[in-house]
Design a protein around this ligand. Structure first.
Ligand SMILES: Cc1ncc(COP(=O)(O)O)c(C=O)c1O
Length: 373
């Protein structure tokens, strides 16, 4: 580790957690069969079955874009459509990969100011057309937690899956930060997935302490037919699969998957609590996982960047801070102090400019440029 100041621009900035590193080191001890025919891949898949308390089918991919796209492609024909929220990663940040890997299945985007999909929004989109000229709705995808850092409750997922069943739709969950949602809900992974009606989950390892890797978990195992061929064709079958699989053993068997997420969530909540009531600063979304989105006063963003902090301003233009398993609490506190000082200064400047009568000018998030994350 270097003594460079820690940044919270992305939870992808974090390194590999010790439990994952140790598991990879153990798997590195000798040679092993390739392409998933090794004991590590078997053990990792079994660890998923234990964690989820069901006989799911499990596949390992290099990243979330591939996991989501291939999972959705497995649920769709090319003439089908996938209902998603307007801020979903599959829509905004996967470069059209879900459409590409499904040979053209269309994403039907539900406007969603807070990032969540609702039964009503799903029903409205799914029933908007039923004629032969429109791509037939087939799948709903939700992100847990959402790209805005909010967590669907079990009841919300149950309501969504009931709507899906009613409309003949499959339910996919983008769980790039699934562990963080489990940490928030304090529930078993089974309760928030297959027991609540989720058919397929993409479980993110990268943001949970791994170097790379996501698992595609089919709770409806019939949907996994030939998925291994789909992975291979898409360049997602690792020849040295044990190094994609062993990290999951390290995460699950040590309990680090949950500890890491709990720490990340605690750091997000610590920042939110420390800046509560600071003039001119407003949480853009409730803090329910490891993300903090802030609406801020005029001039604030540049001033915070001038102090060396790095962060994204996408999703409506709010300043986004993400906390990972390795977030340093002292750095969180330093960030909170800088935010407070600069917000107070910005508020005073606005007051002076308006002769003491003006309210702090919070920048409308939508007035700022979108910067891809
Ligand atoms: C909600 C969500 N889904 C999926 C991903 C996975 O993306 P990648 O393909 O970069 O691993 C991310 C990463 O930022 C994400 O935030």
């Amino acid at each position: 580790m270097t003594d460079k100041p820690q940044q919270f621009a992305s939870d992808n900035y974090a390194g590999i957690c010790p439990e994952v590193w140790a598991a990879m080191e153990t798997a590195n001890d000798a040679s092993a069969p390739a392409y998933g025919d090794d004991i590590w891949t078997q053990r990792a898949a079994d660890a998923f079955r234990t964690l989820f308390d069901t006989r799911c089918e499990v596949f390992f991919a290099f990243n979330g874009t591939a996991a989501n796209s291939l999972a959705l492609a497995a649920l769709c024909q090319s003439y089908h459509s996938v209902i998603c929220s307007s801020s979903s990663h599959v829509e905004t940040d996967e470069c059209g990969a879900p459409e590409f890997f499904s040979n053209g299945s269309k994403l039907l985007v539900a406007p969603s100011p807070d990032g969540k999909l609702t039964p009503d929004a799903i029903r409205t989109l799914a029933t908007s057309r039923s004629d032969i000229h429109f791509p037939k709705p087939r799948v709903v995808t939700i992100t847990q937690p959402t790209e805005t850092g909010q967590v669907y409750s079990i009841a919300e997922i149950q309501a969504i899956s009931a709507t899906c069943r009613d409309l003949g739709l499959k339910l996919h969950m983008d769980g790039a930060r699934f562990a963080h949602a489990c940490a928030t809900l304090g529930c078993s992974p089974a309760d928030v997935t297959w027991r609540a009606g989720v058919d397929v989950l993409c479980f993110g390892g990268t943001k949970n302490g791994m170097a790379a890797g996501e698992a595609i978990v089919f709770f409806d195992t019939a949907l996994a037919t030939d998925f291994d061929y789909r992975c291979k064709q898409a360049g997602q079958l690792a020849s040295k699969m044990r190094f994609l699989a062993a990290p999951w053993i390290g995460l699950f068997e040590s309990g680090a998957w949950l500890r890491n997420a709990e720490h990340a969530n605690r750091c997000a909540n610590r920042l939110a609590a420390a800046i509560e009531g600071v003039p001119g600063i407003r949480l853009a979304f409730p803090v329910q996982a490891n993300a903090v989105f802030l609406d801020t006063p005029d001039g604030f963003i540049d001033a915070l960047k001038d102090r060396g902090w790095r962060f994204y301003t996408f999703i409506g233009g709010s300043a986004r801070f993400m906390f990972a398993w390795d977030a340093d609490v002292k750095a969180v506190d330093r960030l909170a102090r800088d935010i407070t000082e600069l917000a107070v200064a910005a508020t005073k400047a606005v007051e002076v400019a308006s002769h003491g009568t003006g309210a702090p000018g919070i920048v409308s998030p939508l007035s700022r440029p979108q910067i891809p994350g």
